[in-house]
Design a protein around this ligand. Structure first.
Ligand SMILES: NC(=O)c1ccc[n+]([C@@H]2O[C@H](COP(=O)([O-])OP(=O)(O)OC[C@H]3O[C@@H](n4cnc5c(N)ncnc54)[C@H](OP(=O)(O)O)[C@@H]3O)[C@@H](O)[C@H]2O)c1
Length: 347
């Protein structure tokens, strides 16, 4: 038998709770890349809350995956064979590929693909945890949508996660006062002591509305919301005049995607009127290829090299554990960026 390729494929759609059989791990013969394609050997897979959204049977902000199709995901890997101009074996690439050991892909036909500069001082784990999708999301959401000014107050929900940690540090670089919301005393301690947040709110053990009023006495100028639900509503009670509410994610309700009647919804929306506030959602794909993109990549790298952008990875070992580990994101079981190491043969 020739070489094989293990891949997680769509088995049963869901727009409510995850179950063990939504994805199944299958083995296929390893295929040669077609003309124009590269074959990428996966090193790390990024596990993201939006993977849950991608299991829906209908168009969300991406098309649904057909039954039997490989699960899509953000991969960092090494080009193993190339039939594409501009790519050679050994190049490091990052982009939207599939949950498998190998992926054949035409780099010009995917919405998100970048060749990583060879820089031995930046490990692949750093790229996938801080300098690519999550770092870029933090950058665009905060700086482009939030438009921070020095001295303003930024509130971040889901602050101890992959996106939240980077957002908070960029907000500090922008000269703002930063308050994070996270679950549990240890995550809150770490936000302040390890990542320079000015204050942290433990939503599992505190009254969030009271804690926001206490920690944001002048009101919230930017609310970078990763969570939605009751935590979003709590933040709306203490907006400053002209606040910008940036909707990055709504993980609290990703299990109720198909049934809006079960979603918490926004109850305090009058705050937007009273405080002349705006609320705007965004998706990272909107910015890829934009004029700002090169600046975003340069800034993240510079801040990282200056020691101003720290990250934490939560590494799961082995492709087999990919789908069973996704639920960690929904229980807060992850500490920092959740990634799966698929191959240890990191070059
Ligand atoms: N707009 C975009 O383009 C874009 C791009 C990337 C990510 N996102 C969104 O950003 C958010 C964060 O993603 P991430 O990848 O950085 O994940 P993450 O923050 O590393 O992990 C998710 C965290 O969410 C918290 N959480 C889960 N369920 C919750 C609930 N019901 N109530 C309160 N907190 C809950 C948990 O932290 P605790 O331990 O603190 O509870 C968990 O660790 C997600 O909503 C995601 O969809 C959006």
């Amino acid at each position: 038998m020739g070489a094989m390729n293990k891949v997680w494929v769509m088995n049963r759609h869901t727009d409510s709770a995850l179950s063990d059989d939504n994805l199944v791990l299958k083995e296929f013969p390893l295929e040669e890349p077609a003309p124009g394609q590269i074959r990428v050997k996966s090193m790390y897979l990024s596990l993201d809350p939006t993977n849950k959204v991608w299991l829906a049977p209908y168009f969300t902000y991406v098309p649904p995956l057909p039954i039997g199709a490989p699960m899509r995901g953000f991969i960092i890997g090494v080009v193993d064979k190339s039939n594409a101009a501009g790519y050679a074996a050994g190049d490091h690439v990052y982009g939207l590929m599939t949950w498998g050991e190998y992926c054949n892909i035409d780099p010009t036909q995917t919405s998100y693909m970048m060749k990583l500069p060879k820089d031995d001082s930046v490990p692949l784990e750093t790229w996938i945890s801080a300098l690519t999708m999550n770092g870029q999301t933090a950058y665009y959401g905060l700086l482009v949508k939030g438009r921070p000014k020095a001295g303003e107050t930024v509130l971040i929900s889901g602050a101890a996660g992959a996106t939240g940690l980077i957002t908070g540090q960029i907000a500090k670089i922008a000269g703002t006062r930063v308050v994070g919301i996270a679950g549990g005393a240890e995550k809150c301690r770490s936000l302040v002591e390890d990542y320079g947040f000015d204050a942290a709110i433990d939503y599992k053990n505190e009254n969030v509305i009271e804690a926001i009023a206490r920690t944001c006495p002048n009101g919230i100028d930017i609310y970078f919301d990763n969570i939605g639900g009751e935590i979003l509503d709590a933040g709306l009670t203490n907006l400053a005049i002209g606040a910008r509410v940036v909707i990055c994610g709504g993980i609290a309700d990703y299990g109720n995607l198909g049934d809006p009647s079960k979603q918490h919804g926004i109850k305090n929306y009058f705050a937007l009127l009273m405080k002349r506030a705006t609320m705007e959602g965004f998706v990272i794909f909107d910015f890829v290829g934009s004029l700002e993109h090169a600046k975003c990549e340069r800034s993240l790298m510079q801040w990282y090299k200056e020691g101003r952008l720290k990250y934490r990875s939560h590494v799961v070992d082995g492709l087999e554990k990919a789908f069973p580990s996704l639920s960690l994101l929904f229980t807060g079981g992850n500490t920092g960026k959740l990634i799966v190491q698929i191959s240890k043969d990191v070059k």
